[in-house]
Design a protein around this ligand. Structure first.
Ligand SMILES: [Zn+2]
Length: 109
């Protein structure tokens, strides 16, 4: 399958599972302070300004355990400035789709 076809396929499968309440992607505010020292010196001021303006977020992919019905973690990435998925969405959707096939979560196993 071509990469763009694979991505489209992932999106369709994810949407069907999402509508069934089995998977979800959600944003959560990242309360860890963004460490601007991780960035190039010339970018730090701009990064700090953007973080202030758009917030710092985590993107989380989850699946619902068919047994206990709790939402369980599939994938997550933190310290994202603004709610731009940075290209993580297809990979995260695939992880949630994969986990949604499980009979139950690790806690129920
Ligand atoms: Zn469970």
């Amino acid at each position: 399958m071509k990469p763009q076809h694979r991505e489209a396929h992932t999106a369709v499968v994810f949407q069907a599972l999402e509508e069934a309440g089995r998977v979800r992607l959600r944003w959560q505010e990242d309360h860890e302070r963004l460490d601007v020292d991780d960035f190039d010196e010339t970018q730090r001021e701009e990064i700090a300004r953007l973080a202030e303006a758009e917030g710092v977020w985590g993107l989380i992919a989850e699946f619902q355990c068919p047994l206990c019905r709790r939402w369980k973690h599939s994938e997550s990435v933190w310290a994202m400035i603004g709610q731009d998925d940075g290209g993580y969405a297809p990979q995260f959707k695939r992880a949630a789709i994969h986990d949604a096939q499980k009979e139950c979560c690790d806690d129920c196993a």
